[in-house]
Design a binder for this molecule. Sequence first.
Ligand SMILES: C[S@@+](CC[C@H](N)C(=O)[O-])C[C@H]1O[C@@H](n2cnc3c(N)ncnc32)[C@H](O)[C@@H]1O
Length: 247
Amino acid sequence: MPAWKDGKLGLPAKEAVKLFPELNNYLDGRGRLDFSNRKARILYNRAIAKAIFGLEIEYHPHGLVTTPVSRYLFLKTFLRGGEKVLEIGTGHTAMMALMAAKLFKCDVTATELDEEFFDYAMKNIERNGGRVRLIKSDGGIIRGIIPEGELFDVIFSAPPYYERPTKGVLTEREGVGGGEHGEAFSVRLIEEALEYLKPRGKVALFLPDKKPLIEAITEKGEELGYSVRDVRFKAGTRWRHSLILGV
Ligand SMILES: C[S@@+](CC[C@H](N)C(=O)[O-])C[C@H]1O[C@@H](n2cnc3c(N)ncnc32)[C@H](O)[C@@H]1O
């Protein structure tokens, strides 16, 4: 189970180097890692996934460098354990789906659209015991991808949330949610989710600290009859939101 250090989830650089000696190349004279370097970020996050969460994760060289602690803190805001869950968009790491299966003992179904990310996700799932049903999306979100009549306790996602392509950090599929504030993907997801949730089921969205985006999704959620709760949490130096919509 996750280890806590000084009240926080984390891993000192020297512990990470023991797991991945290659990280030595990115240490400065004072033992600090160069996080501006993508390779160093990937290796450090792989070390955290392994040391704290017991997960062996391979990252796609050009995909989002998913941080394990932020994903774990997000899942903790709405999972109690043992739920039947659906994740939309695992990304290449499949980290949240794997954490839900392994740490929260959930029955997990997950989807991914991107061909290469899907292959990476599948390999990460196999590498970690394979208790996730991974489905390839063809561009749909839930409808047409998940069999009609199948119901979940929770549907969650770290959705694409930019209004237009961004330079550098994310691929277009990872990043672009569409709409005025990047809310369009999430809005479609919460609309479709209504047909796939059990009574008292919920949707949970991992979102950045971006007020207009959160307001747009909240407004649409309330219009659809959800009760909406915004749980703000800090991951490293960044504030994140878990937007929880209950039916
Ligand atoms: C912001 S990334 C999040 C990835 C990962 N879940 C995480 O926590 O880092 C969004 C992911 O959704 C995928 N995606 C985009 N549209 C999708 C769709 N219609 N169905 C399934 N996945 C989709 C993208 O390829 C990308 O991997």
